[in-house]
Design a binder for this molecule. Structure first.
Ligand code: CLF
Ligand code: SF4
Length: 500
């Protein structure tokens, strides 16, 4: 089958008209136009975009040139992925075919990333062949790559050839002493270099690569894996340094170290951080730069909205059997993008009007400062409360306070309706959800059954289905205001169970 060239639909679709990008993060709200253009429909670089736009990864890069203590080579690269799953490896031609099929089927897919299963730049031929073909055949799709940084400097010029505007470097440390506890070895100039010496080379290459990318106007996201007792006290320093060098976004991800993954950390009992530890560190770093808090640690072959995995629909045999009318599909892509852009634009205008109103009202009414409240949201995307409590496999966590609403992160659970009595580890799905909701005082969902209602209330978490299909932030503000008028913000929240 001859594959068509995808039209460049983004500009036709209205593009990023003045500020529809950004996120709930104020720092993202004041971006220059050329940067907004790069991030407004990138689900990882814009928190708001991740409710609407999807990404996909193609697993074309099997080899790696370093060893991380949180990685088992049987699984995908844990620098940008979740260990525990193995990707179906593709050759570049197959990968491009898959991208075009997904673009035609999921019009919201705007970004193609290469993130493994090894390191993309340790497989330069396969990685760049894929990017080259896609930049010719699908110019409307943003291209994105994630790397450990060891061979980044030598590939920066090649990256610029294919209009790659987004590069992620995983930087876990800037001190070789810390690095030696994370990286047992690197493979450098045909030699295996161990310990502190290897870590020092890796750090130098990462920093050099970061500077070279920034100098070429490429947006750099820095990923850091938070490893308690190893780099937890060090990451604020990392954040400061990469920000000073011009990184756009910092994504601190929790270490995943299940013993069954067979990683060094998993086998030696190194624990990952709690939700609270992660949030504290993200807040500490956010003084210095934009923080990404909505990362889902995707698979190296993930497809769909963040947090969603539609990869099973796009195996090569299924793609071969698809009968796609590409011109029609591209028309639909343009229409869907235009509709999303229109919605984002009207949201932006509403936000601006609200800010103006608040600043005018603020002169007259000085509301007392009230304590912050964490609220959990069940959503399927689109920025609205549209998921049944029992179907939610994750909750988005927001903090409401007298100064507004801010996104904190997401917490995974097991869908209550699908979890049965136990989840295979003697813990019921409801127990898992209660644990995921630890610290929250309200859970907003489109609907909730009778059964979980009592246990949630008993745990100090108020279920609320009254804001079904309402925009998330408006609903949170309304609930917070109700709590304020009912005097609930005067009292301390009920004692809750701790997150394991
Ligand atoms: Fe993929 Fe990474 Fe590009 Fe995004 S993922 S290569 S920047 S398109 Fe996004 Fe997934 Fe987190 Fe990565 S949620 S793991 S940050
Ligand atoms: Fe594993 Fe990725 Fe680290 Fe390589 S860079 S060892 S694939 S986690």
């Amino acid at each position: 089958m001859e594959l068509p060239v995808l039209n460049n639909v983004a500009p036709d679709a209205g593009g990023c008209s003045a500020g529809s990008c950004g996120s709930t993060d104020d720092q993202m709200g004041h971006l220059p136009e050329h940067i907004r253009e790069k991030v407004f429909n990138h689900p990882c670089y814009s928190e708001e975009a991740h409710h609407y736009f999807a990404r996909m990864h193609v697993a074309v890069a099997p080899a790696c040139n370093i060893q991380c203590h949180y990685c088992n080579r049987k699984y995908d690269c844990a620098n940008e992925s979740r260990p525990g799953v193995v990707s179906e490896l593709h050759h570049p031609v197959q990968a491009v075919k898959k991208v075009l099929a997904v673009a035609a089927t999921i019009p919201q897919m705007t970004v193609l990333g290469i993130a493994g299963p090894g390191d993309p730049l340790a497989n330069p031929e396969r990685t760049f062949e894929t990017f080259r073909m896609l930049s010719e055949q699908a110019p409307d799709i943003k291209l994105c790559v994630s790397t450990n940084g060891l061979s980044l400097p030598e590939h920066v010029d090649e990256l610029t050839k294919y209009n790659i505007d987004h590069v992620t470097i995983t930087i876990n440390c800037v001190d070789p002493e810390v690095g030696a506890k994370i990286y047992p070895w690197i493979f450098w100039k045909n030699k295996r270099i161990k310990g502190r010496e290897g870590a020092a080379i890796l750090i130098e290459q990462q920093q050099k690569g970061l500077e070279m990318l920034v100098a070429r106007g490429i947006l750099v996201k820095v990923n850091s894996v938070l490893i308690p007792g190893v780099n937890d006290k060090h990451l604020a320093e990392v954040s400061k340094i990469v920000k000073a060098k011009g990184a756009f976004l910092h994504n601190v991800m929790p270490l995943i170290s299940e013993a069954e993954h067979g990683t060094f950390y998993g086998m030696t009992g190194q624990r990952g951080p709690t939700n609270e530890e992660l949030q504290i560190l993200q807040d500490e770093c956010s003084g210095d730069m934009n923080m990404m808090r909505h990362c889902r640690q995707c698979r190296a072959d993930a497809v769909g909205l963040l947090g969603e995995d539609r990869g099973d629909e796009f195996t090569m045999d299924k793609i071969d059997a698809m009968d796609i009318n590409y011109p029609e599909a591209m028309k639909m892509r343009a229409e869907v993008h235009a509709a999303i852009n229109e919605e984002l634009e009207s949201k932006r205008i509403a936000r601006e009007n609200k800010v103006q109103l608040v600043s005018i009202e603020g002169l007259k009414v000085n509301k007392p400062e009230t304590r912050p409240v964490l609220m959990a949201i069940a959503t399927k995307g689109g920025g609205i409360i549209n998921e049944h409590f029992g179907h939610a496999s994750e909750f988005l966590i927001y903090e409401a306070s007298s100064i507004g609403v801010r996104f904190i992160g997401h917490r995974k659970t097991v869908a209550y309706c699908e979890g049965g009595d136990t989840c295979g580890d003697d813990e019921s799905a409801l127990d898992k959800s209660l644990k995921a909701l630890s610290g929250c005082e309200v859970v907003l969902c489109s609907k909730i059954g009778f059964e979980p209602w009592g246990p949630l209330e008993a745990a100090g978490i108020q279920p609320n289905g009254e804001y079904a299909m309402e925009p998330i932030e408006d609903a949170i503000l309304a609930v917070y205001e109700e709590m304020r008028t009912n005097g609930k913000l005067d009292a301390k929240p009920a004692e809750q169970q701790k997150v394991a």
